[in-house]
Design a protein around this ligand. Structure first.
Ligand SMILES: Cc1cc2nc3c(=O)[nH]c(=O)nc-3n(C[C@H](O)[C@H](O)[C@H](O)COP(=O)(O)OP(=O)(O)OC[C@H]3O[C@@H](n4cnc5c(N)ncnc54)[C@H](O)[C@@H]3O)c2cc1C
Length: 298
C-alpha cells in the first residue's frame, strides 16, 4: 500500500515533538499532523520534578527519566537546574526514607529538600526549536482507522501511515478511546521572576505560579481559569513564599493521565500520551522507548 510517511505522529505537544525528533534523528521518515503547536504543553513554565506531591513520592523510573531529559532538552534551549521543596520539619523523616537508595541527587538544607538534578524550562521556545526541520502538517484529525488518518479538511483528505503514533494529549483522546482522567488547572503569570523553582502545594518558576486544585473528570472539556482557582493559588503561594505575588494574566489547560501506561500499543501503532503533570519529565525517556519498540529492540 502506498504510504504518505513511514510514521505519522498525531500531535505536536511535548509528547509528539519529542517522539518525532528522536525518530527523525534515528533516520525514520516522520510526518507530524497537528491542529497547532502544543496545547497543554503550552503551560508557560514546566517543572521537571522527580519527587512529587506533598508526600514526597519518588516518580517511577525517576533516574532514567532524569538522565534522558538532561541528554535531550539542553540541545534545544536552556534548562534551569534545581527545585527547592520546602518540606515541613515533621515530614522530613518520611521523605528521607523514600529517597533512600535512590539515585536522585539532593541535599537537605534548612529551608527543605534541594533537588539539584531537577529543574524547569520555558516551554514555548522549546516547542518551536523541537519543531524546526520536522515535516509538520497543520490540520485537524477527524478520526483514525488503523493506519488511515482522516483529516477535517474541505477536500476530506486522508493520510496513509506505515505506522501511527498517537500523541494528541487530552483534547484528542477521543480519537483512540483509552479512558484516563482529565484534570483542568491554571497557571498565574507573576510579575516577579522566580529563577529558583520552589514547589510545595503550588509551584513557582520563571513567571509562573501553578498547582493542582480542581477535581479530575472522565471526559475532556476545555478549561478557562475560574476566580476561585486564582484565590486558591494565591493563598497557597502565601504559604510557600510568605506573601502573595502580584499577578497579571493566567493560562488554563487540561492534564491527561493514564496511570503510568504512557506507551501503549493501539491498532496501527502506538499511543504515547497520558503523562499527567509530568509530561516534560517523561517525554524524552518515552520517546527513546518508542524508538526501541519500533526498531524491535524491546
Ligand atoms: C495547570 C497545569 C500545570 C502543569 N504543570 C506542568 C509542569 O510543571 N510540568 C510538566 O511536565 N507538565 C505540566 N503540566 C502538564 C502538561 O502541560 C501536559 O500534560 C503536557 O504538556 C501534555 O503534552 P502532550 O504532548 O501529551 O499534549 P498537548 O500539549 O495537549 O498536545 C496535543 C497535541 O495534539 C494536537 N491534537 C489534539 N487533538 C487533535 C486533533 N483532533 N487533530 C489534530 N491535532 C490534534 C494538538 O493540536 C497538540 O499539538 C501542567 C498542566 C496543567 C494544566
Amino acid at each position: 500500500m502506498r504510504t504518505d510517511a513511514e510514521i505519522v505522529v498525531i500531535g505536536a505537544g511535548i509528547a509528539g515533538l519529542a517522539a518525532a525528533r528522536v525518530l527523525h534523528e534515528a533516520g525514520k521518515e516522520v510526518r507530524v499532523v497537528a491542529r497547532e503547536l502544543g496545547e497543554a504543553s503550552r503551560v508557560p513554565d514546566a517543572l521537571l520534578n522527580p519527587v512529587r506531591g506533598k508526600r514526597g513520592t519518588v516518580a517511577l523510573e525517576a533516574e532514567e527519566a532524569l538522565e534522558a531529559l538532561w541528554d535531550f532538552y539542553p540541545r534545544f534551549g536552556p534548562v534551569r537546574r534545581g527545585i527547592l521543596r520546602p518540606v515541613p520539619e515533621a515530614d522530613r523523616g518520611v521523605w528521607k526514607g523514600k529517597l533512600e537508595g535512590r539515585r536522585i541527587p539532593h541535599q537537605w538544607l534548612d529551608e527543605g529538600l534541594y533537588l539539584e538534578n531537577a529543574g524547569w524550562l520555558r516551554t514555548t521556545p522549546l516547542l518551536h526549536r523541537l519543531a524546526e526541520g520536522l515535516d509538520i502538517l497543520y490540520a485537524e484529525v477527524e478520526r483514525l482507522e488503523y493506519t488511515t488518518i482522516y483529516l477535517r479538511t474541505p477536500e476530506r483528505r486522508t493520510l496513509q501511515a506505515g505506522l501511527v503514533v498517537y500523541a494528541g494529549g487530552a483534547s484528542g483522546a477521543h480519537l483512540v478511546g483509552l479512558g484516563g482522567r482529565f484534570t483542568p488547572g491554571s497557571v498565574l503569570q507573576t510579575q516577579e521572576h522566580f529563577k529558583q523553582a520552589r514547589s510545595y502545594g503550588v509551584y513557582v518558576a520563571g513567571h509562573s505560579l501553578g498547582g493542582s486544585y480542581l477535581p479530575h473528570q472522565y471526559t475532556y472539556t476545555s478549561h478557562q481559569t475560574e476566580p476561585h482557582e486564582i484565590e486558591w493559588l494565591l493563598s497557597e503561594a502565601e504559604k510557600l513564599l510568605g506573601y502573595r505575588p502580584a499577578v497579571g494574566s493566567s493560562w488554563a489547560g487540561v492534564r491527561y493521565r493514564l496511570d503510568s501506561h504512557y506507551l501503549k500499543e493501539i491498532p496501527g501503532g502506538y499511543a504515547l500520551t497520558g503523562f499527567g503533570s509530568a509530561a516534560y519529565f517523561y517525554a524524552p525517556l518515552y520517546a527513546h522507548r518508542l524508538l526501541k519498540r519500533i526498531q524491535g529492540k524491546s
